[in-house]
Design a protein around this ligand. Structure first.
Ligand SMILES: [Ca+2]
Ligand SMILES: [Ca+2]
Length: 117
């Protein structure tokens, strides 16, 4: 998979006619399990609402009104610029942390998981 930052105008999902994966239920989260053993963290399609710490999916719905799967100490907003959400890859984390969510800088180059409605 190619890696992109989380600028929604540039990520390849929109070029392909889809959008970054949103995970609104335990059932949808099972899709993440089906991805198998990914090593590096991956983008999901949530970004922070400017001047808040509330996240929204690309369709404008609030993340905290649906399913959430944060790491225990997240979202941390470390450095004050963690405005996107990544699903944590297997590299450098204990097994119970793998595939949970972390708020991270949107400027990281990570793989994107696309969803097509
Ligand atoms: Ca979805
Ligand atoms: Ca964080």
């Amino acid at each position: 998979m190619a890696e992109y930052d989380n600028n929604s105008d540039e990520n390849h999902c929109s070029e392909l006619g889809g959008h970054l994966l949103d995970i609104k239920s335990q059932g949808e989260n099972a899709f993440i399990d089906k991805l198998g053993a990914f090593e590096e963290s991956i983008w999901i399609g949530a970004t922070v609402i400017k001047n808040t710490r509330n996240f929204i999916w690309e369709d404008g719905s609030r993340v905290d009104e649906y399913f959430e799967n944060w790491l225990s100490s997240e979202p941390s907003n470390r450095g004050g610029n963690e405005n996107c959400i990544a699903v944590v890859g297997r590299t450098n984390v204990d097994s119970e942390k793998w595939k949970k969510w972390n708020d991270v800088s949107c400027l990281y180059a990570l793989s994107s998981v696309c969803e097509f409605d």
